[in-house]
Design a protein around this ligand. Sequence first.
Ligand code: ATP
Ligand code: MG
Length: 289
Amino acid sequence: MDLVIEKAAVLIEALPYIRKFNKKTFVIKYGGAAQTEDSLRESFSRNIVLFNHIGINTVIVHGGGPGISKMMAQLGKAPEFIQGHRVTDKETMDIVEMVLGGLINKEIVSSINRTGGKAVGITGKDGCLITAKKKLLKSSTSPTPIDIGLVGEVTEINPEIINALHTQGFTPVIAPIGVSDEGETLNINADFAASAIAGALKAEKLILLTDTPGILNKDGKTISTIRKDNYLQYTTDATITGGMLPKINACIEALDTGVGKIHIIDGRIPNSLLLEIFTEEGVGTEIVL
Ligand SMILES: Nc1ncnc2c1ncn2[C@@H]1O[C@H](COP(=O)(O)OP(=O)(O)OP(=O)(O)O)[C@@H](O)[C@H]1O
Ligand SMILES: [Mg+2]
């Protein structure tokens, strides 16, 4: 009986959030690191379907780092990362497009649809969604920027295709591949793609699901809040490194473009999206102005 009462209390706690988020847009970055188990993918899909049923316009942007690295290894190529970005030559770009835009994208779509949703998988090429230019990284030792190949940074988001899909009740599932003005295909870090899409849609929330409980401090404890005016301390003292570097930078960009709230949460916990959105405590790290 106690359990039943508790369940009812949970539903009541969710009610104000259900009201508040009706017709609002959530952009969810589904990290490759959080997609590794079938059961997690199923729980993720159920959460997305629930959001749609209560009238939240959901956009999913996914990564796929582990899957891409696995395929590269099978084809005899060693993955290389600089400042958390994958060095991408033409062969790697082809692998990214096949694995990210094909296999992983359709796995997510099919999982959501099996759970009762209406997902449609696209890449940034579809409907001219993502225009990008080649990204060069700043070097700490030389004035010459670092060339990491066919890696892009977003220059423009055209949200028409997303709006068209939402109007018809579909959930867009987006692989972060962009095209340059010259027609070159570019690999875009999914955190940046999600942040730019959230900015273009003026999303209520941007949620990044990854494989850690949030951003961790040097003692391994989750930092509950990071502000725009103090995030640099964590990057300069190397608390934040690797794949978390583009993530925090993408979050700061999203804040600058007017995204309401940003959360980095643990995608390895079943129903972590629900916990974040429908409970008072929240989980993970929030990034705020
Ligand atoms: N301070 C930090 N707190 C938490 N994780 C950190 C920190 N610094 C570096 N990391 C690393 O960042 C990783 C998360 O980024 P990563 O790019 O690997 O995953 P993702 O972005 O979720 O997946 P994908 O890149 O495939 O979309 C963590 O697994 C961890 O190794
Ligand atoms: Mg990443």
